[in-house]
Design a protein around this ligand. Structure first.
Ligand SMILES: *[C@@H]1O[C@H](CO)[C@@H](O)[C@H](O)[C@H]1NC(C)=O
Ligand SMILES: *[C@@H]1O[C@H](CO)[C@@H](O)[C@H](O)[C@H]1NC(C)=O
Ligand SMILES: *[C@@H]1O[C@H](CO)[C@@H](O)[C@H](O)[C@H]1NC(C)=O
Ligand SMILES: *[C@@H]1O[C@H](CO)[C@@H](O)[C@H](O)[C@H]1NC(C)=O
Ligand SMILES: *[C@@H]1O[C@H](CO)[C@@H](O)[C@H](O)[C@H]1NC(C)=O
Ligand SMILES: *[C@@H]1O[C@H](CO)[C@@H](O)[C@H](O)[C@H]1NC(C)=O
Ligand SMILES: *[C@@H]1O[C@H](CO)[C@@H](O)[C@H](O)[C@H]1NC(C)=O
Length: 382
């Protein structure tokens, strides 16, 4: 009988063990998706960011306004007020990503002092690309180790160069029309002292450990990631501070608008120049392809092994009220204030004064959020 009692006691522990050792620390989903984000630039009185009737978060390029030549088209850039420390895994569940000629979306993270505190590009693509591209951006001294167990293809090891240490996704349907047609998919990014690792699964292959994760997450069965940046060649705490999440959609700019890049998937047989991206797409009523220039997200969640995973821009732990179920949103409730800086990332479209005349929006005076009052800003390269 004693043995039976012990077994019962042992079995009682099993659910905890199976639950995984990463605890939910933040949940952006449902009607509260936009709580806890700062809208860069002006308030969005055009509602380019909203929660759909289905409960998904929509972040889109304005495709209804007539834009005269030399003006910019509205888009959206939002940043979490919370920063997340080493030890965190972010899960991003998307059903649609922005794509189309001139469109350059990204979901990425950055420290409070770019580039000193690093940047992780989780989702990024331009124009009619058919695959996602990942990258890290750091100061000199961090690189992507060669010969790592990753399923993506390395595009360069030095994380301090302008393009960063890129990895191209090889799993099918990671971006563009095919991503949407297949019901989207899920990214998991582990920001850990042992390295930075990014996984991607198309909708049909999302593991049960992800779809069933509520209060905790178990990552032990995921297998090799798409992109692996082990600490063996990049001291993570040295090059990365706590990270905040950024979502944005740029039009044209230093990647989508570069003539050779633009030509490769959007050339229509005519000569392409530095103004083609803007002239062909942005002005007038805009390209009809802006109908696909939107994020549709089920949720973004953060899980962590770190008991003080959620911090403000100064690194001070803040109280997270995470733990709500989808549709019962949570707010960071943090006292963190936005840095007010868009950074100056030459690769990642937060260079607010780029040499070609991108619009510079005024930073909103406060972190005020009210339903339907958001902020929008366009980055359009002339
Ligand atoms: C999570 O727990 C597993 C054992 O169940 C362990 O191998 C792993 O190192 C833990 N991960 C972290 C980040 O603590
Ligand atoms: C949005 O606000 C700007 C000024 O902030 C104003 O010029 C514009 O008319 C407003 N648009 C709408 C649709 O309310
Ligand atoms: C938790 O975060 C702090 C601050 O970034 C860091 O020093 C510590 O190593 C983290 N703990 C774990 C287990 O990753
Ligand atoms: C650049 O290309 C666009 C078409 O993409 C064309 O309308 C424009 O006239 C060109 N500009 C110059 C300076 O060649
Ligand atoms: C823009 O759309 C409006 C309304 O459909 C139309 O009247 C106008 O001709 C269009 N302008 C251009 C330059 O395409
Ligand atoms: C604008 O985009 C939405 C989807 O985001 C689409 O339903 C709508 O038809 C587009 N409008 C125009 C005028 O193209
Ligand atoms: C951008 O340039 C304008 C004009 O030169 C300047 O007033 C503004 O402060 C600059 N903004 C940033 C973010 O550097």
């Amino acid at each position: 009988m004693k043995a039976a009692v012990s077994l019962t006691a042992l079995l009682a522990l099993v659910p905890t063990v199976l639950g995984g050792n990463f605890s939910l620390v933040q949940d952006f989903s449902g009607n509260g998706f936009f709580d806890g984000w700062t809208f860069y630039g002006n308030f969005d009185n055009l509602t380019n960011a909203y929660v759909s009737d289905a409960g998904t978060a929509i972040i889109k390029v304005d495709n209804t306004t007539f834009v005269p030549y030399n003006d910019k088209r509205n888009s959206v850039r939002i940043t979490t007020n919370d920063y997340f420390t080493v030890g965190t895994v972010w899960i991003i569940d998307a059903v649609h990503l922005p794509f189309g000629c001139s469109v350059w979306p990204s979901i990425w993270t950055k420290g409070n002092d770019w580039p000193n505190n690093g940047e992780i590009d989780i989702i990024e693509g331009v124009n009619q690309m058919t695959f996602n591209q990942m990258a890290l951006h750091t100061l000199t001294g961090c690189s992507a180790a060669t010969g790592t167990d990753e399923t993506g293809t390395s595009g360069g090891n030095d994380c301090s160069v302008a393009a960063g240490c890129t990895v191209i996704e090889n799993t099918p349907n990671s971006y563009g029309q095919s991503f949407a047609s297949n019901g989207g998919g899920v990214w998991a990014t582990q920001f850990d002292v042992t390295g930075i690792f990014i996984w991607f699964w198309g909708r049909a292959n999302v593991p049960a450990s992800v779809t069933s994760a509520t209060d905790s997450l178990d990552i032990s069965t995921w297998g090799p990631p798409s992109a692996a940046y082990p600490a063996s060649s990049c001291n993570i705490p040295q090059f990365f501070g706590a990270q905040q999440i950024v979502l944005d959609i740029t039009l044209c700019g230093d990647w989508a608008g570069v003539p050779s890049v633009y030509q490769s998937t959007c050339g229509n047989g005519e000569a392409v120049n530095a103004s083609s991206c803007y002239l062909d797409n942005v002005i007038n009523n805009g390209t009809s392809q802006y109908a696909d220039a939107y994020f549709e997200l089920n949720y973004i969640r953060a899980f962590s092994v770190n008991s003080t995973a959620v911090v403000g821009s100064d690194g001070t732990p803040v109280t997270s009220t995470a733990g709500g179920s989808p549709g019962s949103p949570t707010s960071s409730g943090s006292g963190s204030s936005p840095s007010g800086s868009g950074g100056s990332n030459d690769n990642n479209n937060n260079n607010n004064n780029n040499t070609n005349g991108a619009l510079v929006g005024g930073v909103s005076p406060g972190r005020v959020y009210a339903a339907g009052v958001l902020c929008a800003l366009a980055w359009v390269l002339l």
